[in-house]
Design a protein around this ligand. Sequence first.
Ligand code: GLV
Ligand code: GLV
Length: 324
Amino acid sequence: SKPHILITEPIPEKAISYLQKIGEVTVGEKGTYQSAETLINDISSYDALLCMLSTPVSENVLRQGKKLKIVANFAVGYDNIDIKAAQKYNIKVANTPDVLTEACGDYAMGLLLSLSRKLKEAEQYLRDGKFNGWEPLGFLGMELRGRTLGIIGMGRIGQAFAHRARAFGMKIIYHNRSLIAPEIQQKLDATYIPDHKELAAKSDVLSLNCPLTKETHHLVDEALLKLMPEHALLVNISRGAVIDEEALANALHNNIIAGAALDVFEEEPDVHPKLLTAPNTLLLPHIASATHRTREAIGMLAAKAISSVLEGKPDPEIPNLISR
Ligand code: GLV
Ligand code: GLV
């Protein structure tokens, strides 16, 4: 009999059609599988799960997945999946690296440009009917040339952002679990700073591009924010919980730092109420990888990981199986 595949919510059609050729596919409705409960109830009839970063794939879910062979996350970050439990139950896990790197690099640069040039406030000013002619002193922002971009998490996406920022004349410093390859470091003229506190103190712009782990949870807290320069801007396209949002909101309200662009939040879809009223803050609904091309590529990569596992022929073109 054909394997049963659950896709937790609608994804690009090409990936759904691909999976329909190898199994019986169920596509859930948006919201249905955002709680572990519904997943625990339904998972036992499926051989494969294609889920979102908003799907909590906990140990309980994996234990109930009696037939489950693979969980493919429609995302590069996989902090929503209990990897240890997956290994324990011999369930493979896949993510979607590489295919979203450039879209995320573009987006980080876009957030930084919008934030540093106050585009949101200026546009609102115009729409509010306040534009009374060209102003020599209106909406003065921070120019990027010669400024220092500090990147926490210098993986593929961090490097993509650094590459773009170099074209804008920024200097690159970074913190990472390990040094990056010397040829990449040289190409980006990037300087490794072993201590993330020192990095924060030296950054005109601090960018978070690390995975969410025990080590990075609330890495940006009150103490770190106090080390940042007063004119500093913060960009986060990683995971919300890398920041202590209460501390950040207070820092923004009290001019401890000058602004933040946030694509991700600790309790998505909820946003900390104090962030909603913070000055110079861009708040966006987790859309860093949201281009037609990239979302289709994410779907296909996840689908191919599923087919390779269900058909028992690991494909060397699939670099994304995390647990084997
Ligand atoms: C998006 O946040 C992803 O991890 O792909
Ligand atoms: C601005 O529009 C300028 O010409 O300097």
